[in-house]
Design a protein around this ligand. Structure first.
Ligand code: GLA
Ligand code: ZN
Length: 660
């Protein structure tokens, strides 16, 4: 285990301080005091690395990397493609994105390059090659960070042509495309590939399968760009390892597909702690859900690439983390399977958009500032926890989160254009499981379900044939499946399934959908448990499905709608299937319902809780290998076993030993 280290540090922008050697020297001293062992360099350094076209200057970066290394600090090196220099954008307009309304952007901001432009790729290739030649086998560089927070889309002519090529590969013929898109609707049959354009406010938006394919295409473009950068570096540095920093609830890229092209998953975490609409526990759960999503990417430890040590400056209100929250957030990150706590940023910029963004070192440069002292304390605790590095989490429950499904679900008109609340649906299942101390992973429809005891299938509107079969096989061999309303509606092309639905699952569930009703915000329909069932009475909302039980092999209703013409139809039902069983949830219920439901389900399935006893409200327990973290997310002290935890404090056990 010797030599294991949780990474601690973060984004460092010395290019902004090259005229201040005193500050660069102070950085090293303070990093050591804060127990920083890793920094991310070069994310936005292109204009210094290549101040003029073809004129490269990497010496300053080499000096910084080696000076840090001599002081025990290693580097995650970024490729600078996210933000290009002004000279490049001015000389070569094609590198600037064209918006959906077909207007080409002026030079601005970042993360807005045309990912198709051969010219942009050429310029990126040259700078990446220089970096790889210089640092590709440098022991100071432990990981390559490709670009930064990829996202957005480009509608330029190059991208339109590429889209048409992509469609040709997917469909082969226009006939097949027209059929898959049901383009005959409103007489939209395409007779020439050139007629196909990306969605636009003044253009096409009614062919929903086109919009879905555009999302798939854009996602593929980003992944293609990532592969291009990765391979450029790899050609020169064959042993290099790669990551890309992903984002909170990000919709624009199928991260499960992207993950396959990198070695380590990483993400940037900026929760809005202390907002009036949420308790600290709720914010913690919302964050935990993302940690678990990024752990699931590779089913192994991930990196937290960015987080604020104090506050951000882009959220509606810049709120300071209260004392103790930085520690709570850092330890939560590790508990959920991260091997790092990295910040954006080490030192605050003096000017431009992020000058008022939190940093470990503020403009006063003081080490007695709270952002510094709390960071240093976290650094110390991470050293104590070094042994947890690379320890995996156990497999217990999986929730299906599939990007393609989300795109199709949200891109369809009806049954609730006022918002389907996809994340809200996921969150209700997640929160209830996490409050039980059950480890949750997220999977898409390509996942292998082996090893899980429970698979939750919320609003899987776009359900593939293969996954429907996989779910049935999972239940057949003893697994428990939970399927909600609005599942199994369309195929991969967003074509409605013909015949009984949820498509492919009616036998598993012992019922079929007959209707679905959209509900106004705040509108509810009450549901009552059947005699002998311990589930609580519940309020259904958002979407209410009506199901008819199978005539030969019916599900057993556990709770029934109790109102209006819905009365007597199943709100919750269970059906034995092979060695396992499947539950059906006909609507979105209140939080108390899910807590009771998953409490019972976890027991029935035999999923063991991270903490063996019931915990006080607002105290969360998470297990990672033999380590158990118990976190008090309330404003008051809480008693756990024979320990009193002050507000926001964490206790960590390894086996029977309390570490802190
Ligand atoms: C993102 C970016 C960083 C920085 C932070 C600010 O995560 O990757 O460069 O802008 O946001 O919170
Ligand atoms: Zn483009």
């Amino acid at each position: 285990m010797q030599g294991r280290k949780l990474l601690h540090g973060g984004d460092y922008n010395p290019e902004q301080w090259l005229d201040r050697p005193d500050i660069l020297a102070q950085d090293i001293e303070l990093m050591k005091k804060a127990r920083v062992n890793t920094v991310t360099l070069g994310v936005f350094s292109w204009s210094v690395l290549e101040p003029e076209e073809g004129v490269f200057n990497l010496d300053w970066l080499a000096d910084i990397i080696h000076n840090l290394y001599a002081n025990g600090i290693r580097t995650i090196l970024a490729t600078p493609s996210a933000a290009r220099p002004a000279w490049l954008a001015h000389k070569y307009p094609e590198v600037r994105r064209v918006r959906a309304d077909r207007v080409r952007e002026l030079y601005n901001r970042r993360q807005n390059y045309c990912y198709t432009s051969p010219l942009y790729r050429d310029k990126v290739r040259r700078i990446d090659q220089k970096l790889a030649q210089r640092f590709g086998s440098d022991p100071a560089v432990i990981l390559w960070h490709i670009s930064n927070e990829m996202g957005g889309d480009c509608h330029c002519e190059l991208c339109q042509a590429e889209f048409r090529r992509w469609l040709q590969t997917r469909y082969g013929s226009l006939q097949a495309l027209n059929k898959a898109w049901n383009a005959r609707f409103w007489s939209h049959d395409y007779t020439d590939w050139e007629q196909i354009e990306s969605p636009a406010p003044q253009g096409e938006n009614a062919v929903q399968a086109l919009a879905l394919d555009w999302k798939r295409f854009v996602s593929d473009r980003h992944i293609d760009f990532l592969k291009f950068e990765r391979d450029t570096v790899k050609e020169i540095a064959p042993n290099a390892k790669f990551t890309v920093n992903m984002m909170y609830r990000f919709d624009g890229i199928d991260y499960f597909k992207m993950e396959k092209e990198i070695d380590v998953a990483s993400w940037d975490n900026y929760p809005t702690w202390h907002k009036p609409s949420e308790t600290v526990e709720e914010t913690a759960l919302d964050t935990a859900m993302m940690h678990d999503l990024f752990y699931s990417m590779k089913d192994k430890p991930f990196l937290l690439m960015e987080s604020s040590p104090s506050f951000t400056n882009w959220q509606p209100v810049s709120k300071q983390k209260k004392p103790g929250i930085a520690e709570l957030a850092a330890l939560q990150t590790v508990a959920h399977g991260a091997d790092s706590v990295l910040y954006f940023q080490w030192r605050a910029s003096r000017g431009a958009e992020e000058k008022l963004h939190g940093a470990v070192i503020g403009h006063d440069g003081r080490e007695d500032a709270r952002s510094f002292t709390e960071t240093a304390q976290v650094g110390q605790e991470l050293e104590t926890l070094a042994e947890i590095t690379a320890v995996k989490r156990e497999k217990q429950a999986a929730i299906v989160h599939d990007w393609q499904n989300k795109w199709a679900l949200e891109g369809s008109c009806g049954p609730r254009n006022a918002g389907m609340g996809y994340w809200d649906e996921l969150k209700r299942h997640y929160n209830a499981l996490a409050r039980e101390g059950i480890a949750v992973e997220f999977v898409d429809q390509n996942a292998d379900l082996t090893g899980y005891g429970l698979v939750v299938v919320p609003m899987l509107y776009l359900l593939t044939d293969a996954f429907a079969k996989k779910l049935c096989a999972f239940a057949q061999s003893g697994g428990t499946v939970i399927v909600t309303y609005w599942s199994g509606v369309v195929d991969e092309s967003d074509l409605c399934r013909l015949g009984d639905t949820p498509y492919g699952l009616t036998e598993l569930l012992g019922l079929r959908r007959t209707e679905i009703d959209g509900m106004y915000d705040g509108e509810t329909r009450s549901c009552m448990p059947v005699a002998g069932c311990t589930l609580p009475a519940a309020q259904a909302s958002i979407l209410c499905e009506v199901a008819a039980l199978d005539e030969e092999n019916p599900a057993e209703p556990l709770s029934l709608y109790d109102e209006d013409y819905f009365a007597g139809h199943p709100a919750v039902a269970v059906h034995r299937y092979g060695k396992g069983r499947a539950y059906y949830l006909a609507s979105r219920f209140d939080e108390a319902f899910y807590r009771a439901f998953y409490h019972d389900a976890a027991k029935e399935i035999g999923l063991s809780q991270a903490w063996p006893e019931a915990l006080p409200e607002g105290v969360l327990a998470v297990r990672r290998g033999s380590f158990v973290f118990v976190q008090n997310c309330t404003e008051q002290p809480a008693t756990v076993g024979n320990t009193v935890l002050e507000r926001y404090r964490t206790a960590v056990w390894k086996g029977k030993d309390r570490i802190f």
